[in-house]
Design a protein around this ligand. Structure first.
Ligand code: D41
Length: 673
């Protein structure tokens, strides 16, 4: 009887280990989470009844209950090396040159390229397949014993899989916190009014340094292995890449972006590829590591000081740098929103020089307690606007005044209004405020609105500054004479612009609605309004109740639309536009019915890569006109991916999810049907 219980317990443990492996190593679970939980509960119940059968490598034994008072030191039997850093392609070429000349080889070297995770290096020791201890890197020779904490991580096997592992195996890897887990942790911290972590790296470090493992157990930590240390009583493969495959077979997680590349050019190409999808990766990385693949070549190359000659880290441009706030200005946007902007000592961050960064709004300023004169972390990630992320802790050496929202608009001196419960303060000047006027007119003229060729942002500002126009309607009163009198404007350009204005006079209803710049009415909403109500009068006369019935329109947008058409000055501008000869192309009664019948009606489509003939915006216009929804990211809900050249990660994702992929010709053929 006890043997059969023992068998049952062992079988449950094996199943749980296997499913963890499917989940964490293969990223391909074959049972739902609930089923895993059920097996886990079953094991707990059996172990509760038979405590003498509990072993320390059981999946139930991850979280120890005794907090430490301090961490013990552990001496690494084999030191943990460091990595040299380089920042430019030239440095990578030089690295490759050194290797080729040391090896006396003209042939392209095979490398393994790996994302460089931004976490903490650790070493985990397994003996006879059982996790014995885990230690931080420390100074490379001695680290801290963090076994209790590492054991709480679901992705770390307490027992290796299969039987082919060496008797002693030390694996080295990076412990990190995925971006989503980090956001969630900070969200909780905000709700509990606790201190937030500055970035995922700090959060991972803080979590690993917890003396109480029950705290660590609640932290979303993950591990990717990237090397082996001590290996005894068994052999590992003779290339780095195959060693990583072996680690996976033992149940250890390895990053699946890791690739073999032949030659230094392929290294740099890999770097560019990963840099391009850096923001889409679910974890932070700060560069790429290149390693010579053949272990024999690694051995021949050897080490300098504490770093191998056969590996190097090619760092990405930093996304965060320190600068100082010289002043704070308040910018007025098209909708009157007032945004505090920090003027900074210029700093190179995310690949560009930044001297202005947004502070978002007053509540963000208070939350981060930012003041003029502070040393701050400036952050520029991907294509997003540079922002002041936080004050450098402990850097404020003297009393600094709090930043105040001005009570009057810095542009027109109208009152500034801060609505209760809304983060954003607004100028109440409306079209009276020249900032809003200029922005409103730029928007009106823009490509997706009235598409007035040759009327760029600078020219609009010039026209507003010189008081030649006070509203969009005034554009249509401009003469060649007025325009040629402007600085930097030749007669030819003046003629072209007047022509472009004339050409723009027959906008589709949806473009005209979009051009009005009603708050939160984007292209799609404008199109839905046009399809629903068919005429400007129809939209203008629509009640709040009618508006919220329209696809994609919620209470807030409906309120903005109603409010817009209640403002006398807005009606004035519309009437002036109509008087100036604007002829809106209404939606014909039958048109949206036709819309519903296309192959794309109601379908969700993502566009990626470079199309052979159409621009992405042109393709999008065609798809929207055919009743499609165009979205930015591929998910299980995506119906089609329209893919052009250099489609990249969205294509990979679409293929993985089984989303149908079409090209430009395919799309045009479907539209023709
Ligand atoms: O992802 C990383 N952070 C990473 C770090 C990596 N992918 N590979 C690494 N390889 C090494 C050698 C070549 C020395 C085995 C490393 C590190 N070292 C490393 N991490 C911290 C110090 C050194």
């Amino acid at each position: 009887m006890p043997t059969s219980i023992n068998k049952q317990i062992e079988s449950l443990r094996e199943q749980l280990r296997y499913h963890s492996y499917r989940y964490y190593v293969l990223d391909d679970p074959d049972i739902p989470d609930a089923e895993y939980d059920r097996l886990h509960k079953q094991l707990i119940a059996l172990e509760d009844e038979n405590p003498e059968l509990i072993t320390s490598d059981s999946p139930t034994q991850r979280v120890g209950s005794t907090p430490l008072t301090s961490f013990d030191q552990i001496q690494h039997q084999m030191p943990m090396l460091s990595l040299d850093n380089v920042f430019s392609d030239d440095d990578v070429l030089a690295f490759n040159q050194r290797i080729q000349s040391r090896l006396n080889s003209e042939d392209a070297i095979e490398y393994v390229a790996e994302p460089k995770l931004d976490g903490l290096a650790i070493s985990i020791r397994y003996e006879k397949g059982e996790l014995i201890y885990a230690a931080t890197r420390g100074d490379g020779s001695t680290g801290e014993n963090v076994t209790q904490n590492i054991r709480t991580m679901q992705s770390v096997p307490l027992r290796l899989l299969g039987g082919n592992y060496p008797q002693v195996l030390e694996v080295r890897g990076e412990v990190f916190m995925p971006k989503a887990g980090f956001e969630k942790l900070n969200q909780q911290a905000r709700e509990n009014e606790e201190k937030e972590f500055a970035n995922p790296r700090n959060a991972a470090a803080g979590s690993l340094r917890q003396l109480d493992p029950t705290v660590t157990a609640k932290r979303p930590l993950n591990l990717y292995c990237y090397a082996v240390g001590v290996v005894e009583g068994g052999v590992m493969a003779d290339t780095h890449y195959e060693i990583l495959q072996q680690l996976k077979d033992f149940g250890l997680p390895v990053c699946n972006e890791i690739k073999r590349v032949l030659g230094v050019d392929a290294c740099v190409a890999y770097y560019e590829g990963i840099l391009n999808k850096r923001d889409e990766l679910p974890y932070d990385i700060d560069g790429i590591v290149y390693k010579v693949n053949a272990i024999e070549l690694q051995r021949r190359l050897g080490f300098v000081a504490r770093a191998p000659r056969w590996a190097i880290a090619h760092k990405f441009p930093a996304q965060e740098e320190i600068s100082k706030i010289i002043a704070v200005d308040f910018q007025v946007g098209r909708t009157g929103a007032i945004t505090p902007v920090a003027r900074l000592e210029p700093v190179f961050v995310g690949g560009v020089t930044v001297s202005n960064a947004t502070l978002h709004n007053m509540s963000e300023i208070r939350r981060k307690d930012v003041r003029v004169g502070d040393q701050v972390i400036v952050r520029r990630a991907g294509d997003v606007i540079p922002e002041v992320a936080r004050v450098v802790p402990g850097s404020r050496k003297k009393l600094l005044a709090e930043i105040q929202m001005p009570t009057k608009c810095p542009v027109c001196e109208s009152d500034v209004e801060q609505i209760e419960g809304e983060a954003i303060a607004r100028c109440t000047g409306g079209l009276f405020c020249s900032a809003q006027r200029a922005e409103a007119i730029k928007h009106f003229a823009s490509r997706k609105a009235m598409d007035i060729d040759g009327l760029g942002d600078k020219l609009v500002e010039q026209l507003v500054d010189e008081n030649l126009i006070g509203s969009a309607a005034d554009l249509y009163q401009l003469t060649i004479k007025d325009l040629s009198a402007l600085e930097r404007m030749g007669e030819k350009s003046a003629i072209n612009l007047v022509n472009a204005l004339a050409v723009s006079k027959q906008p589709k209803l949806s473009r005209f609605i979009y051009a009005l710049g009603i708050r939160e009415v984007g292209e799609t909403t404008a199109r839905n309004l046009a399809n629903e109500f068919k005429t400007l009068a129809g939209i203008q006369g629509a009640s709040y109740e009618q508006l919220i019935e329209v696809q994609d329109i919620g209470p807030v947008v409906a309120q903005h639309i109603v409010h817009f058409f209640q403002q006398a000055h807005n009606l004035d501008v519309i009437n002036q536009l109509l008087d100036a000869g604007i002829e809106i192309q209404n939606v014909k009664q039958s048109e949206s019915e036709v819309l519903e019948k296309t192959a794309f009606s109601g379908k969700t489509i993502v566009i990626t890569g470079t199309l052979p003939n159409l621009s992405r915006d042109e393709a999008k216009d065609k798809l929207l006109a055919a009743g499609a929804k165009v979205s930015g990211s591929v998910s299980a809900k995506t119906d089609y991916l329209l893919a052009g050249d250099k489609a990249g990660s969205k294509l990979t994702r679409a293929e993985k999810l089984g989303v149908q992929v079409i090209d430009e010709a395919g799309m045009l053929a479907m539209l023709d049907k």
